[in-house]
Design a protein around this ligand. Sequence first.
Ligand code: BGC
Length: 747
Amino acid sequence: MKKLAITITATLSIGFSFGQTDAQKVDALLKKMTLEEKVGQMTQVTLAVVAKNGWGNQDGALDPAALKKAIEDYKVGSILNTTAHALDVNIWRNMMTQIQDETKNTRLKIPIIYGLDGIHGQTYTLNSTLFPQSIALAATRDTALAAKAAKITAMELRASGVRWNFAPVLDCGRQQLWSRFPETYGEDVFIGKTMGAAAIKAYEEDGLKNPTAVASCMKHYLGYSAARTGKDRTPAYIPEIELREYYLPQFRAAVKAGASTIMINSGEINGVPVHASKYLLTDVLRKELGFEGLIVTDWEDIKRLHDRHFVASTPEQAVAMAINAGIDMSMVPGDFSFYDLLLEAVKKGDVPMSRVDDAVRRILTLKMKVGLFDNPYPEDVAANFGKPEYQQVALEAAHQAMTLLKNDNKILPLQKNVKVLVEGPSAQSLAALNGCWSYTWQGNQEQHYPADSKTIFQAIAEKVGAGNATTTTAEKDFDNAKNYDTAALRAAAANADVIVLCLGENAYAESPGNTMELALPDNQIALAKVAASTGKPVILVLTEGRPRFITSIEPQMKGILMAYWSGKKTAEAVADVLFGDYNPDGILPFSYERSMGEMVLYDRKPTEDIREIFNENMNKSGYAPLFPFGFGLSYTTFSYSDIQLSTTALSGNTKLTVNITVNNTGSRDGKHTVELYTRQHYASITPCMQRLRAFQKISLKAGESKTVTFTLDKNDLAFVNADLKTVTEPGNFDIMIGDKKTTFNYK
Ligand code: BGC
């Protein structure tokens, strides 16, 4: 009752009249606002600014004086982030209540919109359900599953009182060194478009007033993932033809899918910081893509126009530059400098009032859309947090992510009566199974993981019985020297039938994850060599966010399972696959390369395939990764019929129906992804060797056949031409599905 009374008071004091549309309410409110109130709305600060002890805060206690200063004096419109680590769901709810209470002391009582990074589940609420990272979800090729994970993330965010999620990441993972590669859907544009749009719809489609939805934030527009050096937030040089072919389509699809907000790339393209690019923010995003929602900066990025990119000679010029380019809200986020500087810039005439009004209108519209003006408080949906069935979805997603890369002489699945030695740094780590954005930003603090989380060692011990599983590794500690003790491994191997060696990467996020080298570190390679030298069969389990080279040890491994960072249920999924309780069906969303000098992607140009010294030595071995894009083994086998086309002469806007029958020819039931690629024979710019144009995942019982139907039209054959137009040119095309290929003509 108390909340209801407060809500009514708030509504009346803002002064909306009955029957007004949301747009009319926003306009009415905007008319009442002072410049200071408007600039405040455009200001976003981090929680540490209003929390007791700032960044050191451990318990979510707010500092009343600091809160008052932010909300009453600086009139901020938005807060984000946590302080040290994730907090209990009730602490979040209390914090949100206190924050909205504080807004009642302001003249117009405009509620705060709070934003968090729910990247693979609700990162910052303790005991939330963590799903596979996007790179692992991409391996599932199951967009409905990606949508289910996003929906649960929305429920757990909203149950925590938060209505704005800074996800999904739509950056295309074409630079494998990049420390945010795990947050991407991999190297392919089509997977990024479809998975990204599925996530956005799941976040938003119930309608944002519904407590099962959150506003999504497509990020990081544009070209963030293409840093030339691979280091986070370093320059990209991207010709516009490439920008439009590989990086823009995901955002175009996301706008169509209804994304409410967008976050901007902290980096620069061709020397222009994206936060200062009126071309990208206004001409392309607003005018060409038709995006109407809110544009928020990334962390401190307006300041950085002055102090890192050096394109603005003063902090005030940086603010004017970004706002005039099209930014609506500044993630300042550690102080109120933006507020003072924008006021100054408007007063000096460096930023027109019309631009401020436009930005504030979008901010208020979002607040209206998520129902904050109806009820700003955490809704009565705490029970939507942590439902047992979410764990099932997490397990299903982790299962489907598992990608079996090698299975020599069918060594897998293992019998459950074998003696297993489980070794390697990720054998007893939770962080190395979950990765970035897991209860902390870096994800590397083991103590914050839910008590019922399992390590790979524990999950294997449950399969074979405690007496049959041993390890010499340290409990929950990736970096402990004990995990790299080759002598201990060699000694322990004497009593084992098989060694499961768990290598890969500990959790990292953003710049701390920068690396100079994609090869696995020497101490891990040494472990693998010693394990192989014992003569016991070694199964390599890789828990990693990006492909780390294993070229030197691969020949000695009898089995290789790519587990990625697959969230809460990674260990269970690994054990289920190793012991045959789950038949693996994940397939790679990237090319697993052999070395830094040979980073050719699957959709390469024909000349990238060519290796020659003289013409007569020419061969086409240029795309020879250790494991190609789309690769993944099963415990059963599948065969394809020939491809049937509805026509071999496609024209205009007509549709092409493609049928293929898949048969499970093995003795186990299994899931299987059918991928359809096209290749144009000749075009006005060099055509790609293959482009993924469609995929479908099916389940087949042993012996069962199913016909899969794809429908294509000319848009599925399009590319960006030299005039930067997306076109389909007439000509012959190959369609390739598995080992089958056929040809048709388009005119
Ligand atoms: C990241 C964003 C994130 C933001 C807020 C930045 O450092 O680049 O992806 O949304 O922090 O946490």
